[in-house]
Design a protein around this ligand. Sequence first.
Ligand code: SF4
Length: 451
Amino acid sequence: MSRPNGHSAQSGDTNEAEEEPPGKRAIIIKPEDEPPSTIAVNGCRLLRNVPESLWKDWKWHFRNRITNVDQLSQFIPLSSEEQAQLRLVTRRYPLSVTPYYLSLINPSDPEDPIRKQAVPSVLEMTMSKIGMEDPLAEKEDTMVPGLVHRYPDRALMVLTNICPVLCRHCTRKREWRQGSWVRTEGEIEAMLGYLRRNEAIRDVIISGGDPLTLSTRRLESIISRVRAIEHIEIIRIGTRFPVVLPQRIDNELCAMLAKYGPIWLNTHFNHPREVTPEAAEACDRLLRSGIPVNNQSVLLRGINDNVETMLKLCQGLLRIKVRPYYLFQCDEVQGTEHLRTPVETGIKIIEGMRGHTSGLAVPTFVVDLVHGGGKVPLQPNYLLSQTEDELLLKNYEGNVYRYRNPSPHAVREEARIETSVSGTVERLLADTEIEIAAEGAIDADRVVVRS
Ligand code: SF4
């Protein structure tokens, strides 16, 4: 999933992803008028014809990904001009959508938030000069092919560049042009050797592309060897499968992962409509297998860039026991500028959530700095003023409170603290032109004033 490093390697190994390369098979769907189906699809009439046994089979979805404009136009109305534009875009930035994720799209709505994440836009080309290919400078921290080591105690293993859905906002769009690849056994051993030699590494993140495109058998052969390294305490898996192909999170996979804990899984829901019963079941299976699930959203223009949508998303995630962890500012990547929002939008969204819903539902808004500067959390300014003795703090309703700051020498300086409280507040109030709400409140430990 998002944020893997992307050095390419052509693999000679076999695995399910390679056995079933993108676009090799035509989708097995026959248009019929009103076929019976239990599949909850959102307007894609053709998908209602898929037998339930196939719909539940993640390999069927993976084999039958929609990977070209001709296939896409069977499901989503596209004018011939749009088709021509998309053909041009997909030459540089390819297309891949699973039937499951496609079924979440309302085909008659060009502004559909799921569509905007999966269907290419001509703006990817017309604005493609803005941004960078590799804004996070991930290549610089690659120690052996596929192994990124930037922070002392963490390392990232990038196993493949294949993803079931190619998200239009992906930080690693540069990888899409290299064709599909999976690390060879030799490359995996080189990565493991690096991990074994570096005892400061206690946390390994397994990512891609999407690492769950590998077969469960092959994944186990890698995860079991990571787990066997004594100084590795936790393993994290980055995957968007729970969102774009939840059928992949089957009992076999969960039973395998359960053997090698502690394993944490980070996924990537961006919109409340992605929180489907299938996604909920997938996350529930993981949780019952002892694998905590966290979510990392990306803030996207016209998709989730308002308080109402993010509230619905994060509250929906809590209902399925997934913790909203990060909300990322969309990285400065070429081909994504049309989806990026001003940084203030993210701060305002957090301000509209904090205090208005459970704290658990509020993710940390983060900007990932260019050139590998790391993540910087940003939040609304609740601290209006500060002296050694006290702080002036604004709460979620906009009310301002005086908060006495305990002195490290409180016992010895008791008298000084008491006098400093009211005097400091008077000065602060004058400085900030804030009115006191209740007369006499200035002498209280906490005063309510309105800005
Ligand atoms: S295409 Fe999507 S799932 Fe794959 S790495 Fe990019 S953001 Fe993650």
